[in-house]
Design a protein around this ligand. Structure first.
Ligand code: ZN
Length: 380
């Protein structure tokens, strides 16, 4: 980190640093900005928020701006670290007017599947540290995760560009008790990825749809942040020691990519503030937005792939329920013009809520056209 400057003027102001996340071929450092609010109460939970790991998913940067603006009027108890523009390579991966930035262009790996699996032997670690009181136990475990990231970055064989970025971000995230990773879908309704053990937290954000995900690690930031702690909590309980999972982590999908909406960003910043208020990160009480919230388990979150190639009219609007048999998409086949096969309507056999769809109107056979929630239930 470098160039720390304090902004002067009002209460609850952040410091600024630049975190080096890599180097360009021409030698310049790739950096991400880090804004830190230092809380008044060291016992309050600390927070790490990042945005824009996927290049086209820019709305989270606007949400961080609105959150930082709102925080000026609140008493910050726990430290809050914000990293907008977390992937400086991704947002610069342009092709014509579009931003690519979903996959590392060198390896093809999704930028959000590069986080590090520490491969901890939880039983051994716990047995060696179980004499510690809870607070010291958590501190030792956090130290283990931080040290594991540092060792990974120093791997004598080197690590890939995308993994270096991810582990550098993950190191900052492991220092926090609450981790929020801000993304968007392609064309999408707002939705939250929420671990099963923490499902109640979904009622605080200004987000109508929640995917309740299993307590597993699949390479994404949210999982990287909560999974080791969930493992520790589960193992401890088998040894007769019970505590709540000490770290919470969520991925917020804030509508569509290639979109900045400042008013909507304020709505989502207030939702985040409501959660932070609930967790005691800020002193003042902020109520969650009164709205209907819906959930579904990840196993019921279905992908619909194009049955054939063609040009697509996306008829179902993200976030609006679609009954079985109603038109999901209309497909045009140019070589069939003049016949009944030129235009076909496709529907699904069961009721669902479409959450997001592909961004382009021309698709190959097999393209993932929609993701839809099925077996939807009310969560507030
Ligand atoms: Zn994303």
């Amino acid at each position: 980190m470098s160039s720390v400057n304090a902004i002067t003027g009002k209460d609850s102001l952040p410091t600024i640093a630049n975190v080096k996340v890599g180097e360009l071929a021409t030698g310049q450092a790739l950096t991400a900005p880090l804004f830190s609010f230092i809380g008044e109460d060291s016992a309050a939970p600390s927070v790490y928020i990042q945005a824009n790991v996927h290049g086209a998913e820019v709305q989270g940067n606007a949400v961080i701006h609105q959150l930082m603006t709102l925080l000026k009027d609140y008493t910050v108890l726990g430290d809050i670290h914000c990293v907008p523009l977390a992937n400086p390579l991704g947002i610069n991966q342009k092709s014509g007017e579009f931003t690519l930035g979903r996959f590392d262009p060198i390896t093809g790996v999704n930028w959000n599947r590069e986080y590090y699996d520490h491969g901890i032997d939880i039983a051994q670690w716990f047995n060696e540290h179980q004499h510690l009181a809870d607070k010291e136990l958590f501190s030792a475990f956090r130290h283990h995760l931080l040290n594991s990231c540092q060792q990974r970055l120093l791997n004598p064989w080197g690590i890939s560009t995308g993994h270096r970025l991810a582990v550098t971000l993950q190191h900052m995230a492991h220092d926090a008790d609450i981790v929020l990773d801000l993304h968007t879908g392609p064309k999408s309704a707002k939705h939250l990825y929420c671990p099963e053990y923490d499902a109640e937290s979904a009622t605080f954000f200004s987000i109508p749809f929640s995917l309740i995900i299993p307590n597993e690690f699949g390479g994404a930031m949210d999982e990287a942040a909560f999974y080791p702690w969930w493992q520790l909590t589960e193992f401890a309980s088998t040894q007769g020691r019970n505590f709540d999972v000490p770290v919470a982590a969520f991925t917020l999908e804030l509508a569509s990519q290639e979109r900045i909406d400042m008013a909507d960003a304020k709505t989502d910043a207030l939702g985040i503030l409501a959660y932070l208020s609930h967790r005691g990160v800020i002193k003042e009480s902020v109520s969650p937005a009164k709205m209907k919230r819906w959930g579904c388990y990840l196993k019921d979150y279905k992908k619909f792939h194009a049955p054939k190639a063609g040009l697509v009219e996306y008829c179902a609007k993200p976030g609006e329920p679609l009954a079985a048999g109603e038109t999901l998409v209309t497909l045009l086949r140019l070589e069939q013009y003049g016949s009944d096969e030129a235009m076909t309507s496709v529907s699904l056999p069961i009721d669902c809520v479409p959450v997001l769809h592909f961004a382009s109107a021309s698709v190959h056979q097999g393209t993932e056209l929609y993701k839809v929630m099925t077996n939807v239930f009310s969560i507030s």
